[in-house]
Write a protein that binds this ligand. Structure first.
Ligand code: FES
Ligand SMILES: [Fe+2]
Length: 699
């Protein structure tokens, strides 16, 4: 309360009136419009951040013209003082005084000067007003506090409200971006679906040898932009290398509290996990081809399939000619669900009034209208592009007129008769499911915590997992995503490595045998924010996984095949494991006491139990991340980097136009001499490894 003013406080609330844009006192930025083309740092979780779009609009500033850099609160003032950015958005009261205390004066353009209202500061009145009309004071106070109370008592709703507004602004900003406009118009390296992306075995001879030549270039650098900065085994990989700009800025300071920088904020968690239409991550995922269902789930003229994908309700069907269509489930006439449709004679016919649609969404028939009123050529069902390869149906839900190439991970390109492909549902958000695959230290606990070195064949490569359950890690960004190697001592003078990868947007390659032939990939495809379908490719001629003890007996409760319930027509009725949340994964406490760490049978259900138990969407602000989570931290940053670059600059995310960059990604185990750099050991093993795709192409 201001000194000497005869006011009496009624209440206080959180925001104040000093929100604004700060520049250094000697900055050439004199008015808000001068911010165009400048670099501005913000803390996305700061209370003032949501007000900037309204401010920009009021002062006639094109928000898309600003290069935004999201930074941690701890370094906000410092990035301005060190002139790493041209301006910051902040609460002037805190930032200006903090900078002044270091002898750095600043100037501020306050949002309030543009008429941005904020309900804040102490709510006060004069004593005589309060005495004369207490009811008025009360109702004014209630009115001002109501939004604050709503926020405090409905945090989730408030957050959604905030995101809806904020995203609307981001989406609008992106639409103004020339890069994005090009992408939407299909002008960014249009797709090559019918070129190099056909299965290798389907290529004619000339093309096969071309494919073999291009596959011969398998050992290109892992991360082209970073080739000159290769790390050695005895050097720690640089944190944040090649990651989004925010990381570089944050890591530019020797903040002793590394753990707090690694933490995921609520805002970041929302950005990472929400995939519906219009959300930043949903927009990123719609840049790629997405696995939708197994080819075997659709029969010619068979039952239409309810397909939930990125929170969109779709209907998949295979027409009489064997073509697959994926349509919005709502009929474009009056929105009856096409699930009840008749799949017959080259199309799907809505049972309400008989309108019929082909796989491209064209209306073929309007039988409830007289011929002179027929307008079928003007009506189209919303249809997504579809491709089928290797027993999997892919859908492209993006906006390009010509779709990008199909993904090209090694396991997807193996001969179909040597590839096992399966689908299993996980009842939680896609990211926490995926993070289980890039979290290697859990294997020695969750899956094999009860096994000892005495149980394992003394020649088995994976035996070192049981002599040391606390590995150390290398991790680094790659062109296709991120990779890590967990390492621990092997025989004297050697290290045992386990390599794994994340590839955009949701693929993992996890260690499940020797790197020499461990050809596999797993996609964690979001059905919606809280349901995920895992599609797993595995080369059937790879070394069998660890499943027997040294006497050749099955290791207890370590089955890799997890049985599923019969599929139903429900939106979430496909590929549900029998052991699921509703039955506590059939946990057997006696087995847990005696033969198994969890008492849960099967690797997939064991993973389901822990990842689903985190909640529908894990609250990552509650985590205490450790060095063993280094790959997870790096992957989240890499994802956020791509999401923000797409939003802010229209940057096409990694691998969309050049999926072949993932040709260097292979997971698995190896043993290397202690002095050999880890990436060199990786590349050497890969060079000498079995390559089923190359072999196929060279046939
Ligand atoms: S609602 Fe589908 S034909 Fe009328
Ligand atoms: Fe696991």
């Amino acid at each position: 309360m201001a000194k000497d003013l005869s006011l009496i406080a009624l209440a206080t609330c959180d925001y104040d009136s000093t929100m604004g844009v700060g520049v250094l006192d000697d900055s050439p930025i004199l008015k808000p419009q001068d911010l165009a083309g400048k670099k501005v740092a913000s803390v996305p979780t700061s209370g003032e951040f949501p007000f900037f779009p309204a401010y920009a609009e009021r002062v006639g500033l094109a928000a898309a013209s600003i290069e935004f850099v999201h930074v941690d609160n701890k370094v906000l003032d410092r990035v301005l003082m060190e002139k790493r950015v041209d301006a910051i958005t902040s609460f002037a009261l805190g930032s200006a005084s903090a900078m002044l205390s270091k002898g750095v004066p600043s100037r501020w353009m306050l949002y309030s000067a543009a008429g941005i209202r904020n309900h804040g500061q102490p709510i006060a009145t004069r004593r005589k007003t309060l005495e004369a009309d207490p009811a008025l004071c009360e109702s004014i106070t209630d009115g001002l506090l109501e939004p604050l109370a709503y926020t405090l008592t409905n945090p989730q709703n408030s957050l959604e409200l905030f995101h809806r507004e904020h995203w609307a602004w981001l989406v609008a900003a992106r639409h103004r971006s020339p890069g994005s406009a090009r992408a939407r118009a299909g002008m960014v390296r249009p797709g090559r679906l019918h070129g190099d992306d056909r299965p290798r075995h389907a290529l004619p001879d000339g093309a096969r040898s071309q494919a073999a030549r291009s596959r011969g270039d398998l050992h290109q650098p892992l991360y082209r932009q970073d080739q000159a900065r290769r790390v050695r085994l005895d050097q720690r990989p640089r944190p944040g290398l090649g990651i989004r700009q925010v990381s570089e800025l944050n890591n530019a300071f020797s903040d002793p509290d590394q753990r707090s920088r690694d933490m995921t904020t609520q805002m970041e968690n929302e950005l990472l996990t929400r995939v519906g239409p219009g959300t930043p991550m949903g927009t990123l995922m719609r840049q790629y081809w997405l696995p939708a269902c197994l080819s075997s789930e659709l029969e010619a003229d068979g039952d239409p399939l309810r397909l939930m994908l990125l929170s969109e309700r779709l209907i998949a069907f295979r027409d009489s000619a064997g073509r697959v269509g994926v349509l919005d489930h709502r009929c474009p006439h009056r929105c009856a669900s096409l699930f009840y449709g008749r799949n017959e004679e080259g199309g799907l016919r809505c049972v309400y009034h008989g309108w019929k649609f082909d796989t491209a969404g064209n209306c073929l028939d309007m039988p409830n209208l007289p011929a002179d009123q027929d307008f079928r050529e003007k009506v189209k069902a919303r249809a997504y592009k579809v491709a089928e390869r290797g027993g999997l149906v892919y859908v492209y839900m993006g906006e390009r007129a010509v779709a990008p190439p199909l993904p090209a991970l090694e396991a997807m390109l193996c001969p179909p008769d040597e590839t096992s492909l399966s689908a299993r549902q996980r009842e939680c958000n896609w990211l926490q499911a995926l993070e289980g695959d890039i979290d290697t230290s859990h294997f020695s606990f969750l899956h094999t915590g009860k096994l000892t070195i005495d149980d394992i064949d003394p020649n088995h490569l994976e035996r070192f997992q049981f002599t040391d359950r606390a590995p150390r890690y290398h991790a680094r960004p790659t062109d296709w995503g991120t990779m890590y190697a967990a390492y621990r001592p092997a025989q004297p003078g050697h290290l045992y490595y386990r390599f794994a990868h994340f590839a955009f947007p949701f693929w993992t390659l996890f260690p499940n045998g020797p790197l020499a032939d461990n050809v596999l990939a797993q996609g964690w495809v979001p059905m919606d924010d809280t349901h995920t379908m895992a599609f797993t490719f595995s080369w059937t001629r790879k070394t069998p996984v660890l499943s027997l003890n040294k006497r050749g007996e099955p290791l207890p409760l370590l089955d890799r095949v997890s049985p599923t319930l019969p599929n139903t027509a429900d939106w979430f009725g496909r590929w549900r494991p029998i052991a699921n949340r509703s039955n506590d994964y059939l946990i057997d406490r006696e087995a847990q006491r005696t033969i198994s760490y969890t008492g849960i049978a099967g690797v997939f259900p064991q993973d389901s139990a822990v990842t689903e138990s985190m909640g529908d969407i894990s609250d990552r602000t509650r985590e205490n991340l450790a060095p063993s989570d280094r790959m997870i931290v790096m992957t989240r940053r890499r994802l956020l980097e791509a999401v923000l670059a797409l939003q802010d600059k229209g940057t096409v995310p990694p691998g969309v136009d050049d999926p072949e960059v993932s040709g260097n990604a292979r997971s698995g185990d190896l043993i290397a001499p202690e002095g050999q750099p880890w990436l060199e050991a990786y590349e050497q093993t890969l060079r000498d490894a079995l390559h089923p795709v190359m072999a196929l192409a060279a046939e």
